[in-house]
Design a protein around this ligand. Structure first.
Ligand SMILES: Nc1nc2c(c(=O)[nH]1)N[C@H]1C(S)=C(S)[C@@H](COP(=O)(O)O)O[C@H]1N2
Ligand SMILES: [Mo]
Length: 196
C-alpha cells in the first residue's frame, strides 16, 4: 500500500486544491527545453557540506529502501494533478547515507538539462520529498524526468528537478533556474508564493 500524503494541505491551512489552481486529470509535461537523453552511465552525485561525497547509481539508490507515496502535484502555471503514485527513496534517506554537516542550510539540485533549483535543507527533509524512479507502478517516463526526478508536493513543482544528477549541500542560499527568473524562492502553493 502506498503511503498517502495527500492531506498535507491541512498542515498549510488550505484546501486540497490550492488557490488559483485548476485540477487536471492528465499529467502535462513542463520542461524549459527539450527532453534530454540521459546516458546509461548516469549517476547522482552528492557533494558540498556532507561528510562523504558520493555518486550513486540507480541500483545503489534502490538498495537504500524504496517506498511508494500518493501525492498531489501543483505546477506554478496553474494546474494540479491529484493522486500521483511516485516510487523512490526519501531525501532524508539519501541525506543519512552521506552524512550531512551541521553547517548545511540549503540544497541545490542540478539536472541533466542544466536546470537547477534550491530548497532549504529543512524543507528537503520532509518525508514527502523523494527521489522518484517510478510512477504508477512503471519506470518514470523520460519526459517526466526518468530515470530519476525529485518531487516536492508541499511546493510548486518547479522545486522538483527532473533528470536530477546533482545534489549539493550549501551553507548559504543560492538561486536556481526559475528562482533567478522571477519565481518565488519559497514556492508555497497555499500562500500562492508564485513570484519573487
Ligand atoms: N530538469 C528539469 N526539471 C524540471 C523542469 C525543467 O524544465 N527541467 N521543470 C519544472 C517544472 S516548472 C514543473 S511544473 C515540473 C513538471 O514536471 P512534469 O513535466 O513531469 O509535469 O518539473 C520541474 N522540474
Ligand atoms: Mo511548473
Amino acid at each position: 500500500m502506498p503511503k498517502d500524503v495527500t492531506a498535507l494541505h491541512e498542515e498549510f491551512g488550505g484546501d486540497r486544491l490550492p488557490p488559483g489552481q485548476r485540477k487536471t486529470d492528465r499529467f502535462p509535461v513542463l520542461t524549459k527545453g527539450d527532453t534530454p537523453s540521459v546516458d546509461d552511465d548516469w549517476t547522482l552525485s552528492v557533494s558540498g557540506a556532507v561528510v562523504d561525497e558520493q555518486a550513486f547509481t540507480l541500483e545503489e539508490l534502490r538498495e537504500l529502501g524504496p517506498e511508494t507515496q500518493l501525492q498531489d502535484f501543483h505546477c506554478v502555471t496553474g494546474w494540479s494533478k491529484f493522486d500521483c503514485a511516485f516510487t523512490g527513496i526519501t531525501f532524508a534517506t539519501l541525506a543519512e547515507a552521506v552524512g550531512v554537516r551541521d553547517d548545511a542550510e540549503h540544497v541545490m539540485f542540478a539536472a541533466h538539462d542544466g536546470y537547477t533549483t534550491d530548497l532549504t535543507f529543512e524543507e528537503c527533509n520532509r518525508e514527502e520529498v523523494i527521489f522518484a524512479w517510478g510512477y504508477d507502478g512503471e519506470p518514470l517516463p523520460v519526459e517526466h524526468g526518468g530515470p530519476l526526478r525529485v518531487v516536492t508536493p508541499h511546493k510548486y513543482a518547479y522545486k522538483g528537478a527532473k533528470w536530477v544528477n546533482g545534489v549539493e549541500f550549501l551553507t548559504e542560499p543560492e538561486r536556481g533556474y526559475w528562482e533567478l527568473r522571477g519565481y518565488s524562492d519559497s514556492a508555497n502553493p497555499w500562500n500562492e508564493e508564485r513570484y519573487s
